[in-house]
Design a binder for this molecule. Structure first.
Ligand code: GRF
Length: 192
């Protein structure tokens, strides 16, 4: 990614589907001097994503893209991205799987945050799985996105201890707190 950095910050898009706490945190980070990115576009596959409010409150362009037909949706996203000169994509709770074709066009420029210590527990319900398996630790991972779900090269991870009587909800909350610290650090790592 280094070749993308001149004096200017790299324009990035964040893709969301839900609450958007990572988005909120990334917007805050992007406004710091040290951030290598600015967030210029927010994409959601649903108008119900609560995180869309952060687009409004921060004056960032938002696009809601219906994913019923993935290839049409991705074509739309691609043209918006081109138009806005977006060079980097952060997935943050985005619940749609992007096609190999889309990923290829942005090879090495899409990253994701996942609430487990990958390669453990790809996909959904990571906290339930970790507790069921009586794991002592879980955590979160920021990784590059490739064609296989939650399988791209790992950028950074943070371990979180699973306590006795931990519930999936309490674990999710603990891990989310760490996600907010990890995601900006991982972006710094990608660009340094
Ligand atoms: C996070 O736990 C993230 O790791 C996962 O989905 C959740 C999104 O939370 N992919 P938020 O919408 O950023 O609050």
């Amino acid at each position: 990614m280094k070749k993308l950095i001149g004096l200017k910050k790299v324009k990035a898009a964040v893709f969301i589907s839900g609450t958007g706490s990572n988005l909120k945190n990334l917007i805050k980070f992007s406004k710091t001097k040290k951030s290598p990115i600015t967030i210029n576009l927010i994409v959601s596959n649903t108008n119900k994503a609560k995180g869309l409010k952060y687009a409004v409150s921060n004056g960032i362009e938002k696009k809601i893209i219906n994913f019923k037909y993935k290839s049409t949706a991705e074509k739309k996203i691609f043209s918006i991205i081109e138009k806005n000169n977006i060079k980097f994509i952060c997935l943050a709770g985005f619940m749609k799987i992007l096609s190999g074709n889309f990923i290829k066009r942005f090879d090495g420029k899409i990253i994701n945050i996942h609430p487990s210590l990958l390669p453990k527990y790809k996909g959904l319900n990571t906290h339930v799985k970790a507790i069921k398996n009586k794991d002592k630790f879980s955590g979160c991972t920021v990784h590059f996105v490739n064609k296989k779900l939650d399988s791209g090269k790992i950028i950074m991870q943070k371990k979180v201890k699973i306590l006795k009587n931990e519930s999936p909800l309490s674990l999710a909350k603990k891990i989310l707190k760490q996600e907010h610290k990890l995601y900006p650090k991982a972006i710094m790592k990608v660009f340094n």
